[in-house]
Structures are given as C-alpha cells and as structure tokens.
Ligand binder design. Structure first.
Ligand code: HEC
Ligand code: HEC
Ligand code: HEC
Ligand code: HEC
Ligand code: HEC
Ligand code: HEC
Ligand code: HEC
Ligand code: HEC
Ligand code: HEC
Ligand code: HEC
Length: 313
C-alpha cells in the first residue's frame, strides 16, 4: 500500500519535471528498464545499497539511474564484472545545480519550495553538501553529520563561536537547532528565517512578548535583535551590550534623569513627565542608582498597567 502510494507520487513528479534534469533517469516505464539490474550493483556495493533500502528512498533502489547516469552505470557494471577498471557513475564531478535539479525533481514542494535564489543556492551549495543518500549520520533528514547544528557549524564559524558564549539558546545542549529558527532551503524570507520577520519568529516561542501592551517600548515592537543577539552573548539574557550602556545608546542620561539629556528628548525637544506619572522621584540623578535601569524599568518589553508609561510597573 505504502509502496503503491510512493510510486504514484514519484510517477506524478516525473511527469511534472519532464526531463528538466541534466541526468539520465527513469521517465515512467522506460523501454530499457531491464538493461541493467540493480541487484548487480548491490553485489558489489552492498553497504551503500543496504543503507539506502532502509530509507524513504528505498523503493528507488530498484532504479539507481534515478540519480546516477544510466549509460555510465551500465558500462561500469559490465566493465567491472569483466574485471576492467571502468569508472563508476560518480556524482562527484556533477555541478551543484545539476545535482540539485535531480533532487528537486521530487523535492520541489514543502520546505524546499523556495530553494531557488536563496543564499545557499546562490553560493552554489548542493543538496549533497549537507545530505547523503547512502551514507548519512543523523537519525532525521539524512544529514552527513549527527545533528543539524554540526552541519551548519562546518561553514558558519561566527555563529559557532557565539554558541559557546555564556548566554545562549540551548543549541549546544541539543534542545534546539539552527533549524529551530532557520530553514536552510528557503530563499523567500530574510536570513532564511522560519517566520515573516524577526519578531514573528521570536513570538513563536516567547509569546508573552507579543503583547498587546497598553504601553509599548518602540524598539521591542520593531526588532528584538536591536537588544538581543539570538546566537549567543557574554552579557546576560543574550543582550547585545551590558546594562545600562544598552539603554544609554538610545537614552543618554545627561545631568538628570528627567532632564533634556535624553537622546530622544533632545531630538523631540525637552519633555515633561505626563500627568499621572509617579511622584516622589526627586533624587534620581544619583548616577549610581540610575545605572540599575532594570530595577525600576522592570517591564522593559511593554506594560499593561494604567500607570506603566515608563515601564516601571
Ligand atoms: C563487479 C563489481 C561492480 C559492479 C557490478 C558495479 N560496481 Fe560500481 N564500483 C565497483 C568498484 C570496484 C568501484 C570503485 C570503488 C572505489 O574506487 O572505491 C565502483 C565505483 C562505483 C561508483 C563511484 C564511487 C565513487 O567513487 O564515487 C558508483 C557511483 C558506482 N560504482 C555505482 C554502480 C552502479 C549504479 C552499479 C550498477 C549499475 C555498479 N556500480 C555496479 C564495482 C562494481
Ligand atoms: C536519490 C538519488 C540516488 C539514487 C536513487 C542512488 N544514488 Fe548512489 N549516490 C547518490 C549520491 C548523491 C551520491 C554521492 C554520495 C552521497 O551523497 O551519498 C551517491 C553515491 C553512490 C556511490 C559511491 C559512494 C558510496 O557511498 O559508496 C555508490 C557506489 C552508489 N551511489 C551506488 C548506487 C546504487 C548501486 C544505486 C541503486 C541501487 C544508487 N546508488 C542509487 C544518489 C543516489
Ligand atoms: C524520484 C524521487 C526522488 C528523488 C530524485 C530524490 N528523492 Fe529524496 N525523497 C523522495 C521521497 C518519496 C521521500 C520521502 C518523502 C516524505 O517522507 O515526505 C524522500 C525523502 C528525502 C529526505 C528526507 C528523509 C527523512 O528521513 O526525512 C531527504 C533529506 C531527501 N529525500 C533528500 C534527497 C536528496 C538530497 C536527493 C538528491 C540527491 C533526493 N532526495 C532525490 C523521493 C526522491
Ligand atoms: C545547508 C545544508 C542543507 C542543504 C544545502 C540542503 N539541506 Fe535539506 N535539510 C537540511 C537540514 C538541516 C534539514 C533538517 C530540517 C529540520 O529538521 O527541520 C533538512 C531537511 C530536508 C528534507 C526533509 C524534511 C524537510 O524539511 O522537508 C528534505 C526532503 C531535504 N532537506 C531536501 C533537500 C534538497 C532537495 C536540497 C537541495 C535542493 C537540500 N535539502 C539542501 C540541510 C540542508
Ligand atoms: C558548505 C557551507 C555551508 C553550510 C554547511 C551551511 N551554510 Fe549557511 N551559508 C553559506 C554561505 C556561503 C552563505 C552566504 C553568506 C556568507 O558567506 O555567510 C550562507 C548564508 C546563510 C544564512 C544567511 C542567509 C541570508 O539570506 O543572508 C543563513 C541564515 C544560513 N546560511 C544558515 C545556515 C544553516 C541553518 C545551516 C545548517 C543547516 C547552514 N547555513 C549551513 C554556507 C553554508
Ligand atoms: C533563536 C533563533 C535562532 C537560532 C537558534 C539561530 N539563529 Fe541564526 N539568525 C537568527 C536571526 C533572528 C537572524 C537575523 C539577525 C538579524 O537580522 O540581524 C539570524 C541570522 C543568521 C545568519 C546571518 C548573519 C548575518 O550576519 O547576516 C546566519 C549565517 C545564521 N543566522 C546562522 C545560524 C546558525 C549556523 C545557527 C545554529 C548554530 C543559527 N543561526 C541559529 C535567529 C536564530
Ligand atoms: C524555537 C523556540 C525559540 C525561538 C524561535 C526563540 N527562542 Fe528564545 N529561548 C528559547 C528557549 C528554549 C530558551 C531557553 C529558556 C530556558 O532556558 O529556560 C530561550 C531563551 C531566550 C532568552 C533568555 C536567555 C537567557 O540567557 O536566559 C532570550 C533573551 C531569548 N530567548 C530571546 C529570543 C529572541 C530575541 C528570539 C527571536 C530572535 C528568540 N528568543 C527566539 C526558545 C526560542
Ligand atoms: C530595548 C531593549 C530590548 C528589546 C528591543 C527587547 N528586549 Fe528582551 N530583554 C531586554 C532586557 C534589558 C532584558 C532583561 C535583562 C536582565 O534581566 O538583566 C530582556 C530579557 C528578555 C528575555 C528573558 C527574560 C524574560 O523577560 O523572559 C526574553 C525571553 C526576551 N527578553 C525576549 C525578547 C523578545 C522576544 C523581544 C522582541 C519582541 C525582545 N526581548 C526585545 C531588553 C530588550
Ligand atoms: C534601540 C533604541 C532603544 C534602546 C536600546 C532602549 N530604548 Fe527605551 N525607548 C526607545 C524609543 C524609540 C522610545 C520611545 C520614545 C518616544 O516615544 O518618545 C523609548 C521609550 C522608553 C521609555 C518610555 C519613556 C518615553 O520616553 O516614552 C522608557 C522608560 C525607556 N525607553 C527606557 C529604556 C531602558 C531602561 C532601556 C534599557 C533597558 C531602553 N529604554 C533601551 C528606544 C530605545
Ligand atoms: C530608581 C528608579 C529608576 C532608575 C534606577 C531608573 N529610572 Fe528611568 N525613570 C524612573 C521613573 C519613576 C520615571 C518616570 C519619571 C516620571 O515619573 O516623571 C523614569 C523615566 C525614564 C525615562 C523617560 C524620561 C524622559 O525624559 O522621557 C527614560 C528614558 C528612563 N527613565 C530611562 C532610564 C535609564 C536608561 C535608566 C538607567 C540608566 C533609568 N531610567 C534608571 C525610575 C528610574
């Protein structure tokens, strides 16, 4: 039943992709189907074929020519059987785009739909840079490494270094992977994120930060990564900078807490505290006290308190 379904799926895909690939491969029931027998191949390539038979590509094992050049495969098989050193139909010399066309012939939907023109496509990565058909190490998705993060770390050294910092998403603990946030096949979204924007991505796991809030802190609404480094930081809570410097980037406290020294206030002109804001805060221009911004401005992501305009409640 499963096999019948699979075959019909594959047949459909073949019709749709209609020989767009640079490879020789089966096009429905081909007249030369019997020209070589994959059991011949198996006799000499036992490990490669056995491993493949255990995967979802198992039913393709009957037809090595789905991916390997048919003519070369036949010559090779015959030659080798006659004791000649006939080279195998290796995919190593294939251009990335040709390998990809073969794989995409069947994988043009779902997560791979927007492969074309993504950064990995543009930088000439092949599906087989990360995946293996015959010799893979992961339990999921046939990767050449045990985990997805190891695959990515092979090229993304900066992110690998950041993952070692004290504050980090639990990637190195194996509770999350790079693919928790990225789809490495997707060229349709900025930075191959798994959501339409950075904030939408963060909200999928940190829903409480979405609000709605009565009082929003503008940078939080706009872009979480203006304050957080998702790949890792040596400042606590993944902050891009330590407190209070982070706040001072945008809120330069000059001579006094309420003074016109505020970067934003300066731009907008000196402001006075709105009616209803807390009183009894006259001595706050002690720099020492001021530095612990978070002690008072504890709801820095937004507040739902009627008197939360300053995120102090
Ligand atoms: C009589 C034994 C024999 C038969 C039959 C045979 N091969 Fe090979 N094949 C070999 C040998 C030996 C090599 C060289 C292996 C090496 O260099 O490590 C090889 C190499 C290959 C390679 C290249 C490996 C690489 O270096 O990338 C491929 C692909 C391959 N064979 C596919 C096939 C397919 C498909 C068939 C069936 C159509 C087949 N072989 C039948 C013995 C055989
Ligand atoms: C879905 C595509 C696909 C099919 C079908 C396929 N191969 Fe391969 N084969 C590959 C790719 C890609 C490589 C390059 C190495 C890798 O990714 O594992 C490869 C490499 C090989 C190699 C050399 C590397 C190794 O692991 O020894 C052999 C031998 C081989 N294939 C034999 C076969 C035989 C025999 C069949 C049919 C029973 C077959 N292949 C069917 C895609 C395929
Ligand atoms: C003839 C069709 C066909 C071709 C060509 C093909 N695949 Fe597949 N592949 C399948 C099918 C069918 C499945 C199972 C789909 C599913 O589970 O949704 C699959 C599954 C996979 C999976 C998921 C395995 C898992 O454990 O979840 C990966 C990864 C994959 N293929 C990679 C490749 C790569 C890389 C190539 C090119 C070298 C390739 N495929 C070529 C049909 C094909
Ligand atoms: C940069 C590495 C990389 C490249 C290049 C790559 N993949 Fe993947 N692929 C992955 C990882 C990692 C996963 C596991 C995703 C997950 O667990 O969410 C995956 C999963 C898959 C899956 C199975 C589940 C799914 O997400 O659909 C298929 C099928 C697949 N890839 C096909 C392809 C094809 C076809 C290509 C080439 C066009 C390709 N991949 C190129 C890394 C890669
Ligand atoms: C073979 C090397 C290689 C591997 C493996 C690899 N990448 Fe990349 N990736 C690149 C290159 C090259 C770029 C282009 C930008 C650059 O040079 O950093 C890139 C860019 C990216 C980008 C930025 C995309 C953009 O639009 O700016 C993301 C995100 C990314 N990769 C994620 C991943 C993830 C997740 C994995 C693991 C599943 C992975 N990469 C594995 C080579 C690789
Ligand atoms: C918690 C979510 C998350 C995880 C986990 C994650 N990333 Fe990212 N990544 C992001 C976001 C968000 C951006 C975009 C940042 C921006 O716009 O400045 C990004 C950007 C990138 C870029 C592009 C960097 C640039 O300067 O353009 C690369 C490459 C990248 N990530 C690789 C990885 C790798 C490799 C892993 C696994 C070690 C990983 N990411 C894990 C969220 C994540
Ligand atoms: C796939 C789920 C997921 C996504 C998406 C995600 N996170 Fe997380 N985040 C987590 C998990 C899990 C933790 C660890 C919680 C724990 O250790 O209790 C965490 C922790 C954090 C922490 C606290 C770190 C610390 O040192 O305590 C910050 C800050 C954070 N995430 C920010 C972000 C930002 C910003 C984004 C969007 C770029 C984001 N997260 C996207 C799952 C996610
Ligand atoms: C204006 C800077 C700023 C922005 C923008 C920002 N945060 Fe934060 N975030 C902080 C500060 C400051 C802390 C607390 C650090 C501490 O406890 O010392 C924090 C802590 C966190 C924590 C861990 C503690 C907690 O409150 O759960 C998470 C998770 C988090 N932020 C997620 C997000 C998300 C998601 C976004 C985007 C919607 C975001 N942050 C935007 C400054 C910011
Ligand atoms: C990326 C720039 C940026 C960073 C970093 C930042 N803020 Fe803001 N903050 C703003 C903007 C923009 C507003 C809205 C100003 C307005 O509407 O006049 C604002 C508003 C506020 C307000 C409300 C009062 C007002 O003027 O409307 C407080 C209180 C505040 N921020 C405190 C902090 C604290 C504490 C930190 C550090 C944890 C911080 N901010 C970090 C940009 C930033
Ligand atoms: C001791 C508590 C306390 C500390 C510490 C504190 N603030 Fe405030 N802050 C307040 C209160 C209360 C207000 C509201 C003022 C009012 O009621 O008029 C306020 C107002 C603000 C405003 C809005 C003022 C304006 O002129 O628009 C900003 C911006 C701000 N704080 C930033 C910071 C930053 C940045 C730090 C750390 C360097 C910090 N605060 C430390 C209590 C504090």
């Amino acid at each position: 039943m499963r096999d019948a379904l699979l075959i019909s799926v594959l047949a459909g895909t073949f019709l749709m992709s209609g020989g767009g690939s640079a490879f020789a491969r089966d096009q429905g029931p081909p007249p030369d189907k019997g020209s070589f027998d994959s059991t011949d191949c198996k006799a000499c390539h036992e490990p490669a074929v056995t491993k493949m038979e255990q995967t979802k590509h198992g039913s393709l094992a009957e037809s090595c020519a789905t991916c390997h050049d048919r003519t070369k495969a036949m010559e090779h098989s015959k030659g080798r059987a006659d004791g000649l050193e006939t080279p195998g139909p290796s995919l190593k010399d294939m251009k990335a785009k040709d390998v990809n066309a073969t794989c995409l012939g069947c994988h043009e939907k779902g997560n791979q739909e927007a492969w074309a023109s993504g950064m990995h496509d543009r930088r000439n990565l092949a599906c087989t840079t990360c995946h293996s058909i015959h010799a893979f190490k992961s339990t999921k998705a046939q990767l050449k490494t045990t985990t997805d993060s190891e695959t990515c770390f092979g090229c993304h050294k900066a992110e690998r270094a950041m993952a070692q910092r004290t504050s980090h998403h639990p990637v190195r603990e194996g509770k999350m992977g790079c693919v928790s946030c990225h789809n490495p096949h997707d060229g349709s979204r900025p930075k191959m994120l798994k959501a339409e924007s950075v904030n939408e991505l963060c909200y999928t796991c940190h829903a409480e930060k979405r609000g709605p809030f009565l009082f929003e802190h503008a940078p939080v609404r706009e872009d979480c990564v203006s304050c957080h480094q998702p790949h890792g930081s040596n400042h606590k809570r993944l902050l891009v900078q330590k407190l209070p410097n982070l706040c001072w980037n945008c809120h330069l406290t000059g001579s006094g807490h309420f003074g016109s020294g505020d970067n934003l206030s300066t731009e907008l002109g000196a402001r006075t505290a709105p009616a209803g804001s807390p009183s009894g805060f006259p001595t706050v221009n002690s720099r020492f006290v001021e530095k612990n911004c978070k002690n008072c401005h504890m709801n820095i992501h937004g507040s739902n308190s009627p008197s939360g305009a300053y995120f102090i409640r």
